[in-house]
Write a protein that binds this ligand. Structure first.
Ligand code: HEM
Length: 137
């Protein structure tokens, strides 16, 4: 029986590998930097988005099933804990998702793959919420 040496990484390969992931990170932070709806979450970030764009691209390569470019440098992601310093409620989650959906529409032409990625990003963004939902909503 042949053993598989590399783990299955369908999303990383399907999206187009590292160049596509780098492009996704670039478009994502471009939208965060320019969309009116993202002004609130933009303000949570430092003036220069360059370093986080690089780090996010490395995270995404790994999250999508590519090589461990993030954890080899930063250790376990512990994403929820790393986001605790920032107030994230439904509004911030939705603004983040708007930037990501807009970026995905530009970088991932395959509608089925895009829908899968949107769902996975939403689950992660929703998990990042650390503020109570507003009363009545
Ligand atoms: C839900 C709304 C979210 C907000 C408002 C938000 C905001 C932030 C902020 C302000 C930082 C710090 C940036 C810096 O230090 O320069 C950060 C870091 C990061 N975020 Fe988010 N984020 C959100 C969701 C997500 C999601 C869904 C993911 C992954 C799919 C993600 C992945 C990351 C990563 C990998 C880092 C760097 C962590 C590290 O320091 O190693 N974020 N985020």
């Amino acid at each position: 029986m042949r053993r598989r040496v590399t783990p299955a990484n369908p999303h990383f390969l399907a999206i187009g590998g590292q160049p596509a992931v780098a492009q996704l990170a670039e478009r994502f932070y471009h939208h965060m930097d320019t969309l009116e709806e993202a002004r609130g979450i933009r303000a949570l970030h430092p003036p220069d988005l360059g370093p986080i764009q690089e780090l996010f691209a490395r995270f995404l390569v790994e999250w999508l099933g590519g090589p461990p470019l993030y954890s080899s440098e930063r250790g376990h992601p512990r994403l929820r804990r790393r986001h605790l310093p920032f107030p994230i409620g439904a509004r911030e989650r939705d603004a983040w998702m708007l930037c990501m959906r807009t970026a995905l529409a530009e970088v991932v032409p395959d509608a089925a793959l895009r829908a899968q990625l949107e769902a996975a990003f939403f689950r992660t963004a929703d998990f990042m919420r650390n503020q109570p939902a507003p009363a009545g909503g």
